[in-house]
Design a protein around this ligand. Structure first.
Ligand code: IMP
Length: 429
């Protein structure tokens, strides 16, 4: 079993961190390969709650090597804070964390640019980014001329590189950003900031691609930790209301550098309902008491930004699409306990578009916005399931609900989660 991937099948926040933490002891290496500090992976162990943004969720075990790959964009200040937060709780992440020298750095101008253009209305709505500089950093990566990679932080040419880019960014951003923000773009200050980052992180910066290839050659097992969800994938999601990386299963190889042939298991993760943060079409969104009830019971507030998440019923059209896109072999169905307090539950089985029934996710955001969900109603189970530890112990209506979802998305159930703790998990795979 060379590499297993954990991939979100919705709009992110599917509780992937919990699953990665649980699976990690069976693996030698845990790998983050895309996204950046926009991600917020929560791991709960007993009374301890860890919120991780860049650091892979295998970090809590000193036996596991953790790797941040070329496809990740790193905001060094936040990464350093994350590391010191872990250190203050007795964990020593510097001993078992590697950072790719190819990973791109989220620079101060990226944060300024994200804030300046985040309010821009595109296709009738603002994207509502996390303001973590993610899009602007990936934009510079693709543009190449103004990009800084982790290796550049320790390069002798750092100072001249920063001067060139600061010069360009000051004029490019002047029409967009405030004079206070532009004043922050001072080449000398930014160079010394980078030197501090190099000092704090330099010992972990290396060629992670060769490391992963060597691990595969030695028969070691890798666990690939996806960030965000497949519906936020830059190429295959609900564009333009997406993130800037390939957050579906298709991004594993490009982001990490391991070949597709070394991946043998894809676990798709979905909540038993749907949530979305930020703008964009969301056909099953509930703008009523039921939506509020899901938000409050599920504590649906962003790990990274604290924003209330938009909540709605499970969308089987969307998840069937992302399960195929990501090649999911198993479905990990999370937060089942949140649905314990409803008389009836709805699952979207198709959309109505211009009077026609369709069962495929349209590629255009404007078209998806016009889709009305066609629901199938199932009876609720109205019973606490947080203490359920085996499939047989679920109320029969809960089993019917899970089985119907598995049937609609055409993948077998692999994991069921009934609460945030490690023991509140039932493995079927
Ligand atoms: P960005 O990734 O900060 O550029 O944000 C783009 C869109 O993706 C926004 O709608 C964000 O709310 C959403 N997003 C980014 N990261 C996450 C995540 O980890 N969970 C859920 N939504 C996310």
């Amino acid at each position: 079993m060379p590499a297993t991937c954990v991939i979100g099948l919705q709009w992110g926040d599917e509780a992937k961190g919990k699953l990665v933490d649980l699976l990690a002891p069976n693996y030698d290496v845990v790998v983050r390969y895309q996204g950046g500090a926009n991600a917020g992976h929560t791991v709960v162990t007993g009374k301890e709650v860890y919120k991780l943004h860049h650091v892979p969720s295998g970090i809590l075990s000193s036996q596991i090597q953790n790797v941040i790959c070329p496809g990740v964009v790193i905001e060094p200040n936040m990464l350093i804070q994350e590391l010191s937060g872990l250190e203050s709780r007795g964990i020593h992440p510097r001993r078992n964390l590697m950072i790719s020298e190819r990973a791109h750095v989220v620079m101060p101008w990226h944060m300024i640019e994200d804030r300046a253009i985040n309010k821009t209305v595109v296709s009738g709505e603002s994207i509502g980014t996390t303001n973590r500089g993610i899009g602007p950093c990936y934009r510079d990566k693709v543009g190449r001329t103004h990009a800084i990679r982790m290796a550049d932080l320790v390069s002798p040419q750092l100072s001249s590189r920063i001067s060139e880019i600061v010069h360009a960014k000051r004029s490019l951003l002047a029409p967009l950003a405030s004079p206070e923000d532009i004043a922050q773009l001072d080449a000398e200050k930014i160079t010394s900031l980078c030197r501090g980052w190099a000092e704090a992180l330099g010992s972990m910066i290396c060629d992670t691609t060769y490391f992963l290839h060597d691990q595969l050659d030695e028969g070691k097992k890798l666990l690939m930790e996806g960030a965000q969800g497949s519906l936020l994938d830059i190429d295959h999601g609900t564009f333009p209301f997406v993130t800037s990386s390939n957050s579906s299963g298709v991004g594993v190889s490009s982001g990490s550098g391991i070949p597709p042939s070394s991946i043998d298991r894809m676990i798709g993760v979905a909540k038993a309902y749907s949530t979305r943060v930020g703008g964009g079409p969301f056909p099953t969104e509930l703008l009523d008491e039921t939506g509020n009830k899901i938000r409050e019971i599920g504590r649906e507030y962003g790990t990274t930004t604290g924003r209330p998440r938009r909540c709605g019923w499970f969308d089987a059209v969307a998840v069937r699409y992302t399960a195929r896109l990501s090649g999911a072999n198993y479905l990990s169905l999370m937060m089942l306990d949140v649905l314990s307090h409803f008389d009836e539950l709805k699952v979207c089985v198709a959309y109505e578009l211009d009077g026609q029934r369709i069962d495929r996710l349209p590629s255009q955001a404007d078209t998806l916005r016009r889709c009305k969900p066609i629901y199938e109603t199932l009876p609720g189970w109205n019973q606490d399931v947080t203490k359920v530890r085996s499939i047989e112990d679920f109320p029969s209506n809960a089993r019917k609900y899970m089985d119907r979802i598995s049937e609609l998305v055409s993948i077998p159930l692999g994991v069921l989660s009934v609460g945030p703790d490690r023991e509140q998990t039932i493995f079927l795979m």
